[in-house]
Design a protein. Structure first.
Ligand SMILES: [Zn+2]
Length: 148
């Protein structure tokens, strides 16, 4: 990413910033179209490209900034792609969860109806016919009375 250094791109921000040509053009356009008219000339007057050689500390710090920025730009597309996949997966999760909640409510209702049916007089009579143990709705523990 090629940058140039500009002074006072904002009135109260950092006094010197590295910006691409595109970023610079966007800022100038933003000032010309969006900032109050009374401020525009003063803002534009303070913005200037700095081409003078930088003091050594600034030069070293800028080199590190550019290296870190390049690494950030290299990593960002993968982050964006993963985030888009996450959003898609999240939407699928919400849809699946809604379907599951509907199914779960129906299943719970059916399960409750099943318990009512097997403990109804008809269910109890059927138990006596197919099993014949001491179980009853009043005494549901089939090991009741067993020394444990
Ligand atoms: Zn039984």
């Amino acid at each position: 990413m090629k940058t140039k250094l500009y002074t006072h791109l904002g009135h109260d921000g950092p006094w010197l910033l590295p910006k691409t040509d595109e970023e610079y053009d966007e800022r100038i356009s933003f000032i010309k179209t969006t900032k109050p008219e009374v401020e525009r000339a003063a803002r534009l007057c303070l913005i200037a490209e700095v081409t003078a050689p930088l003091p050594s500390t600034l030069q070293k710090t800028l080199a590190a900034w550019q290296k870190a920025r390049a690494a950030w730009e290299k990593a960002d597309p993968a982050r964006q792609k993963a985030y888009a996949a996450l959003q898609k997966a999240y939407a699928a999760l919400q849809k699946a969860r809604a379907a599951w909640q509907k199914a779960d409510a129906a299943w719970q209702k059916a399960d409750a109806a099943w318990l009512v049916a097997i403990n109804s007089p008809e269910g109890v009579a059927f138990h006596a016919k197919v099993c014949g143990c001491s179980w009853s709705p009043e005494h549901p523990d089939t090991l009741e009375g067993l020394a444990r």
